[in-house]
Write a protein that binds this ligand. Structure first.
Ligand code: UDP
Length: 352
C-alpha cells in the first residue's frame, strides 16, 4: 500500500519520527513524505530530521507565513497537486495544524482515505485554530487513531460511533518518542544551564497574539526568576517576535529553540515545567515533572485528573502561586495514561 504522509510543524516531526520508523520496519507499506514548510527555520525543522532519523521529505513545499486562510489555501492546492501525481492509497496526517487540515481536505476531496493520528482531542475552545483544524480533520478521516480514552469518548459524544469509520485507542505516539529518544539525550551546546531551573515554553497564539496575556505571562516569568528559580526558556520564533513587538523586558535565560534530544535533556533535569504547549505537558509527565499549564483549557485532561498538571491561564498571580507551590515536586505516577509506548507499532499494524 502506498501511503502519503503530510507533516509541516515541529511536533509533527517528533511524532512522525517513530511512526515512519514503524512503517518502514513492518513491510508492505511504502511511505512518501510531504513537508509543507509550515515550520522552516533550521532549529524548528532541519534539526529534527537530522537528530531523529526521519527520512528526508520527498516533497518540500516551502509554504509558510501569511494568514491562516492564505497559508491553508496554498497548502491545499499544492498537496492536491502532489496527491494527483503520486496517487496514494491512503493519506496520513498528524495533530492539528494547518498542514493537517490541508492534507486531510485535499485527500478527502480526491476520495483518498485519510488516517488521523491524534484524533478526537478537544479543548472545546473554538477560538483556537488547532481546535478548528482537528475537528474538521476528524470529520473527513476514516481511520481515527486516538491517543487516549478521553479522545475516544469525545468522538463518541460527537456521534462518530454510528459512522462507517474505525476509531482506535492506540496510545500516544509522543510517549513512544520520549521513550525511544530518552537514551540519546544531549546537553544543549554553548549554554550554561543553571541548577534547579524551571523549564518554560510559550507559543500558543491565544497567549502570543494577546498583548495583555503576553505581558502578564512575561511579568510572571520575571518574578519566578527573581523569587523561585532560574527560568530557562527556549523561545519559539513567534513568541520572540511578539515580545519584541510589545517591547516587554524579559529577564530569564532565553535560549534558541533546541532540538528534541536537548529538550529531553532539559526535561530530565528541570525542577518544574511551565508551558502552554500540548506536547510538553505530556513530556513533563513522562519525565516525572509537575506541569503548570498557562492555558484556560487542555486536551490532556487525564493529567489534570491525575493531579500532576494544573491550569492557570495567563494570570500573573495564578502562574506565580502555582509554580511556587509545585516547584521541585516529583511526579511518581506509574499509571499508563498514554498507552505505554507502543502506539507507532499499533498504527503501522492497523495500516498494514
Ligand atoms: N520542543 C523541542 N524544542 C524546543 C521546544 C519544544 O524539541 O525548543 C518539542 C517538545 O519537546 C515537544 C514538541 O516540541 O515534543 C512540542 O511542540 P510544540 O510545543 O511546538 O507544539 P504543541 O505540542 O503545542 O502542538
Amino acid at each position: 500500500m502506498k501511503l502519503l504522509t503530510i507533516i509541516g510543524a515541529r511536533p509533527q516531526f517528533i511524532k512522525a519520527s517513530v511512526v515512519s520508523k514503524a512503517i518502514a520496519e513492518i513491510g508492505g507499506l511504502a511511505e512518501t513524505i510531504v513537508h509543507t514548510g509550515q515550520h522552516f527555520d533550521d532549529n524548528m525543522s532541519d534539526i529534527f530530521f537530522d537528530q531523529l532519523g526521519i527520512p528526508r521529505p520527498d516533497f518540500l513545499l516551502n509554504i509558510h507565513g501569511g494568514s491562516h486562510g492564505a497559508m491553508t489555501g496554498r497548502m491545499l492546492s499544492e498537496v492536491e497537486r502532489v496527491m494527483l501525481a503520486e496517487k496514494p492509497d491512503r493519506v496520513l496526517v498528524y495533530g492539528d495544524t494547518n498542514s493537517t487540515l490541508a492534507g486531510a481536505l485535499a485527500a478527502a476531496k480526491l476520495n483518498i482515505p485519510v488516517a488521523h493520528i491524534e484524533a478526537g482531542l478537544r479543548s472545546f475552545n473554538m477560538r483556537m485554530p488547532e481546535e478548528i483544524n482537528r475537528i474538521l480533520t476528524d470529520q473527513v478521516s476514516d481511520l481515527l487513531f486516538c491517543p487516549t480514552q478521553a479522545a475516544v469518548e469525545n468522538l463518541s459524544q460527537e456521534g462518530f460511533l454510528g459512522k462507517p469509520v474505525k476509531i482506535l485507542n492506540v496510545g500516544d505516539v509522543m510517549q513512544d518518542s520520549a521513550l525511544f529518544f530518552s537514551q540519546r539525550e544531549r546537553a544543549p551546546e554553548g549554554i550554561d544551564v543553571p541548577n534547579g531551573f524551571i523549564l518554560a515554553t510559550l507559543h500558543r497564539a491565544e497567549n502570543t497574539d494577546d498583548p495583555a496575556r503576553l505581558k502578564s505571562i512575561v511579568v510572571a516569568l520575571n518574578k519566578l526568576q527573581s523569587t523561585v528559580a532560574p527560568v530557562v526558556l527556549p523561545l519559539h520564533p513567534r513568541t520572540r517576535e511578539a515580545i519584541s513587538r510589545c517591547g516587554l523586558p524579559l529577564n530569564v535565560s532565553v535560549i534558541k529553540p533546541v532540538g528534541y534530544l536537548e529538550m529531553i535533556w532539559l526535561l530530565q533535569r528541570c525542577n518544574l515545567v511551565l508551558t502552554d504547549s500540548g506536547g510538553v505537558q505530556k513530556e513533563a509527565f513522562f519525565f516525572g515533572k509537575y506541569c503548570v499549564t498557562m492555558r484556560d483549557q487542555t486536551e490532556w485532561i487525564e493529567l489534570i485528573q491525575a493531579g500532576v498538571n494544573v491550569l492557570v491561564g495567563a494570570d500573573e498571580n495564578n502562574i506565580v502561586t502555582a509554580a511556587t507551590k509545585h516547584y521541585g515536586k516529583q511526579v511518581e505516577d506509574q499509571r499508563q495514561l498514554y498507552g505505554g509506548g507502543q502506539a507507532a507499532e499499533r498504527i503501522a499494524q492497523y495500516l498494514q
